[in-house]
Design a protein around this ligand. Structure first.
Ligand code: SAM
Length: 293
């Protein structure tokens, strides 16, 4: 019996079919799941949060490597599957939960410290999930996640490329992203259209690169970056003028707002005609300082 047949027959036995809306592309080869877990450098002391347990392809090798696995799964059909089969190891706690609605303070407590995530992530939630990690960066240790190649390309993009954008900049301000493995569509059932990439995101703010940044208002950085990328083809002067970044005193007219915005961009040492995709993280931090007044 081939591995793919196992996945299919497990689903059929419980009248389940892969659900597109939950991004269900199940890993079918045990060896591949083991290689992903191995790349995660898990120790026997670790409590791991797994997002999207599915049929448990990653969960089982994870449970062998770690002390405990807390597995979140949104699909009630799959929760019932594991209840009926009682097929997950004893050190796995399965929770019926949408990760996008999860309380990270509670997860931090359950994980007994900074959260370590492993996931074969559904494409449909990759962006909101990454922003949730950024929002909860103080509670995060690392995340080893499988993403569609195009999403991974965005996370590791360099300035001046079309992949470079809001998640690239905001993640680089709090974490370091490393590409670990590339997987072909044949590794999954059903097969996705493109390759997948496993990346490791280390939320270590003590790296030299992050430590070298001056103190700045993090919430304001988020607004500056989102504003700058709101229309990629426009100049910074245009995008930032309409992003309501200035600490306004009264009802300034458009010309005044533009003048003050131009002054702030120049104060940051950046040309008002530059575009968001040309700026480094350091440039965005300088802009944030300039807009802070
Ligand atoms: N880990 C399994 C594997 O590697 O075969 C399944 C991976 S599959 C790509 C994604 C899994 O995440 C599915 O089981 C899906 O139901 C679950 N999922 C989708 N959205 C979710 C969410 N918002 N919160 C928790 N789980 C979710």
């Amino acid at each position: 019996m081939t591995a793919i047949h196992n996945t299919r027959s497990s689903l059929e036995k419980h009248n389940l079919t892969p659900k597109k809306r939950f991004g269900q592309n199940f890993l079918v080869h045990t060896g591949t799941a083991e290689a992903i877990v191995h790349a995660g450098r898990i120790t026997s002391d670790d409590i791991i949060l797994e997002v999207g347990v599915g049929l448990g392809a990653l969960t089982r090798p994870l449970a062998r490597a770690a002390r405990q696995v807390i597995g979140l799964e949104i699909d009630s059909g799959l929760i019932r599957y594991h209840q009926d089969e009682a097929d997950l190891p004893e050190n796995v706690t399965l929770i019926h939960q949408d990760v996008l609605k999860a309380d990270f303070i509670a997860l931090y407590e359950q994980c007994q410290g900074p959260i370590k995530i492993m996931a074969n992530l559904p494409y449909s939630i990759s962006n909101p999930f990454l922003f949730k990690l950024i929002e909860n960066q103080e509670k995060m240790a690392w995340a080893t996640i499988m993403l569609q190649k195009e999403v991974a390309d965005r996370l590791t993009a360099q300035p001046g490329t079309k992949q470079y954008g809001v998640p690239t900049v905001l993640l680089s301000a709090c974490a370091t992203v490393t590409r670990l493995l590339t997987l072909k569509p044949a590794e999954f059932h059903p097969r996705p259209k493109i390759d997948s990439v496993v990346v490791r995101i280390d939320f270590d703010r003590q790296t030299e690169r992050i430590k070298a940044l001056p103190e700045y208002d993090h919430a304001l950085l988020h607004r500056v970056v989102r504003g700058a990328f709101s229309q990629r083809r426009k100049t910074l002067l245009n995008t930032l003028s309409s992003s309501k970044l200035l600490p306004m005193i009264g009802e300034e007219d458009k010309a005044t707002i533009k003048q003050l915005t131009e002054a702030a961009i120049c104060k940051a040492g950046i040309a008002p005609t530059a575009r968001a995709e040309d700026l480094t993280l350091e440039d965005f931090v300088q802009l944030t300082l300039a807009f802070a007044g």
